[in-house]
Design a protein around this ligand. Sequence first.
Ligand code: SAM
Length: 225
Amino acid sequence: MLYIVATPIGNLEDITLRAISALSNADLILAEDTRITRTLLERYNIKKGVISYHQHSALQKINRIISLLKEGKTLALVSDAGTPGINDPGNFLIMKALEALPDLKIVPIPGPNAAVAALSISGFPSDQFVYLGFPPHKKGRQTFFKNIGGIEKTIVFYESKYRIFKTLEELKKNSTVGERKIMVARELTKQFETIYRGTVDEVSAKLSQDNVLGEFVVVIAPTNY
Ligand code: SAM
């Protein structure tokens, strides 16, 4: 059995009772960064073996994990924050595990996700939305922003502190979203949680008055909203 366990995106209290019991009951925990996961486990007094599984893990590591599953072990996969597989490791491992063990029981333990948390406070329609992950750093970046202009529905994507200003600039320059309302959520669930609302220009101005550290989710309202 393989549990896919969502963990907090900042505030360690954002963990479900099921997540705690899945992590406690697993024979072994697969973690993107073992140090980050150990901090969470210590907080909940969960004493379990943790091995690393991340996006650069070799096929050899995946095969070792599959052998454990074949032996009947219960494993729990977590990422550094939020839901595994959502811009985080997990999908490839699941695909490979199912190739080897088509009847493997894969159990989602739902919980935090930064995009959904941001959407939930945006005030923008979320019955339909387009999730775009991270804008590409180099190749495809221009096209990414150009294409955004053609998406009429609510859009949500992730950005880091290194590129948030550049991204807001590009939103204006390379797409037609300059007039659309946006919301930028910074450091959700953490001490310096801040929500910026307005047009791209207004949000850029507010952000530039702050110490721009942390992690960001950008939400763009639908056209004509
Ligand atoms: N799997 C995660 C999830 O379910 O949200 C996403 C992982 S992705 C590698 C990390 C990005 O998510 C960050 O760069 C940031 O854009 C966003 N993010 C994660 N935690 C956040 C938080 N507390 N506040 C704002 N954005 C956050």
